[in-house]
Design a protein around this ligand. Structure first.
Ligand code: M6R
Length: 607
């Protein structure tokens, strides 16, 4: 996590650095800082809290200079205090860092032996101290940076700036992404291309172990083997426009409301114009030659994978394993012949998911990715990337990306079912027709917002909330609990309805709201039985169902939320709306920071 940026410019860079950092705030917002070289002299400004605090500071204490580096922090080592805020400086060196230097304790000990003391609790300070130590031993800035990089273990995207060197910046990556942007007599580095979009669309992505020596007129890249290499500069399409809330109070609310539109774009990009087929990018996938799918992802993307497991198994007859990427990567799971490995990630940069992909790359028959950022590491390192077309998602709590991920995964499962002869041509086309009506049904379902807001106001006072779902609704129950936790800070747990009686039912009392997600599908009666068990113990049930479900099962229910009728296969996508609204309005009622909840970041680039 953390976002880094660097500019060797023709103009004052402080405002440009702050603008780029705004675009990186999704990576963390514990503190922010910049350093510049002005008339050869290194200076810096730092502020704790959101970027706006740094902007305010710069109004009162401007920082001149045409070269600079900047950082927005998600704290890993050390509290979000000023002293721990990047850029870190030691003598003539300033450094910004995204990642974790795993051997920083050893390095500190080595530095201590030669009398060098540290001031901060961070791992990053060690990088600055080490580089300064090398400078003092007579090395040039380039030599000092390279000697420092050679000592580092762990993950990093780093940018170095040096006192007395207004036309030099050194950037390096290992395990964390870093892009170089090319301008007219200017050069930039950034954690992603979005940060650099207002300045350039000409981007070179550094590869693992690369070190770039940058001046305004020249970019030299040295690879992990010490060889000077050429890396392709590509023109990429990223909207440089400022991203706004379009009249909504929060990005999350805007992103929930956008779902009918973005889902329709997702569908349009995969379903053939005559609605007869699903067109996959490139050469597509030969589903007949695949006998199993392995998926690994994190957070909401993991729940999207869990939902997809039901689809792939039930529709296409393909066995599926799903695991948290953070567990998968260290479990050394056997990847058998005929395995397609599939990774879902909104950002395409989640460190654990990327590591799981890299584990599978030499073993799996094919590597598939479902991402929202086509230029991301996960997209680039896959054999086939399926973009979800959700548009930029700013709210830390994922909403539209989740439903677009589900849409792409269902399309993929249907394609597999058809290719494997599990769906007839007619059945396949009927499913595509249902899918094409999904955006309209989503629009219709948006009208539940006021009802859900009323329920959310009531549950916002609760200490704990339970979510229950069966079959394909179980992963959505997990997602509902995650959404509520992350933005309202209310403790929430989700269980497969049938599991409740094996322990968690002990939690149920008159104070416990229990959200039951149950469209009237084949498993409805089973779920209703579990709901009765909750009500028998005084639990306050919030039933999310359709009109038929409400008619049969609303008696004794505390609150009923009625959804439009929908094809069973599509229900996990549509029923995301009430759980999103529930979390959103509970958070608004509690007055939490909806778009940037405490302790979180949008893109998790550390493990
Ligand atoms: O970018 P990714 O989809 O890989 O991110 C995975 C999780 O970090 C993410 O889904 C997280 O759980 C969200 N904040 C949930 O709303």
């Amino acid at each position: 996590m953390c976002g880094i940026v660097g500019i060797l410019g023709q103009h004052e860079v402080a405002p440009m650095l702050v603008e780029a950092l705004k675009r990186l705030e999704y990576r963390g917002y514990d503190s922010a800082g910049i350093a510049t070289v002005n008339e050869g002299v290194l200076g810096r400004r730092r502020a704790i809290g959101k970027l706006v605090n740094l902007s305010d500071l710069l109004v009162h204490e401007p920082l001149a200079g045409k070269s600079g580096i900047g950082h927005t922090r998600w704290a890993t080592h050390g509290a979000p205090t000023l002293v721990n805020t990047h850029p870190h400086r030691a003598g003539a060196v300033a450094v910004v860092h995204n990642g974790i230097i795993e051997n920083y304790r050893d390095l500190r000990a080595e530095l201590a032996e030669v009398g060098i003391a540290y001031q901060t609790e961070t791992d990053t300070e060690t990088v600055a101290l080490l580089a300064q130590h090398h400078l003092e031993s007579g090395m040039s800035p380039i030599e000092a940076a390279r000697a420092t990089l050679a000592k580092l273990e762990g993950a990093y995207a780093l940018a170095f700036l040096f006192d007395g060197e207004p036309d030099l910046m050194i950037a390096a990556r290992k395990g964390s992404p870093l892009a170089i942007g090319h301008g007219e007599g200017e050069v930039y580095v950034g954690s992603d291309a979005i940060a650099l979009a207002p300045m350039t669309d000409r981007i070179t992505y550094l590869e693992e172990g690369d070190c770039a020596i940058l001046s305004r007129s020249e970019v030299t890249i040295i690879d992990a083997d010490g060889q000077t290499v050429q890396r392709e500069a590509r023109t990429i399409r990223i909207d440089a426009a400022r991203i706004d809330k379009a009249g909504h109070k929060h990005f999350m609310s805007k992103e929930i409301a956008e779902q009918p539109t973005v889902i329709s774009e997702t569908l349009a990009s995969y379903i053939a114009p005559d609605a007869s087929d699903i067109i996959l990018p490139g050469d597509g996938i030969d589903f007949a030659s695949i006998n199993r799918i392995t998926m690994a992802s994190c957070g909401t993307a993991y729940y999207a994978c869990l939902t997809a497991k039901y689809w792939f198994e039930q529709l296409a007859g393909l066995p599926v394993e799903v695991d948290f990427a953070s567990e998968f990567r260290y479990r050394t799971p056997p990847v058998t012949e005929g395995t397609a490995a599939l990774f879902v990630s909104q950002s395409g940069e989640t460190a654990d998911t990327l590591a799981a992909l890299r584990y599978c790359a030499p073993l799996a028959q094919t590597i598939l990715a479902v991402t929202n950022v086509p230029e991301s590491s996960i997209a680039r390192e896959s054999d086939l990337n399926m973009p979800i077309h959700a548009g930029v998602e700013i709210g830390v709590a994922s909403t539209k990306a989740f439903t677009c991920q589900l849409t792409v995964l269902l399309l993929l499962a249907l394609k597999a079912a058809h290719a494997r002869g599990r769906l007839t041509d007619e059945g396949f086309k009927a499913k595509l027709a249902s899918l094409r009506s999904l955006p309209a049904t989503f629009n219709q379902a948006m009208s539940i917002e006021e009802t859900v807001r009323g329920v959310a106001l009531r549950i916002s006072q609760s200490r704990d909330v339970l979510f229950l779902g069966r079959g394909r609704m179980f992963p959505l129950a997990l997602e509902g609990a995650l959404k509520l936790k992350e933005i309202s800070y209310i403790h929430a747990e989700a269980y497969a309805s049938g599991e409740l009686k094996h322990g968690p039912i002990a939690l149920v009392d008159e104070q416990m709201p229990v959200v039951v997600i149950a469209p009237r599908d084949a498993l409805f009666d089973k779920t209703v039985s579990n709901m009765q068990e909750v009500m028998a113990r005084g639990g306050k049930v919030i039933l999310i169902t359709d009109a038929a479900g409400a008619k049969t099962a609303s008696d004794g229910v505390w609150q009923t939320i009625i959804m439009p009728d929908i094809d069973d296969d599509l229900a996990p996508i549509l029923y995301a709306i009430p759980v999103q609204f529930l979390a959103y309005h509970a958070a608004v009622a509690k007055g939490t920071d909806v778009d940037q909840p405490r302790n979180l970041a949008k893109s998790v680039t550390v493990e």
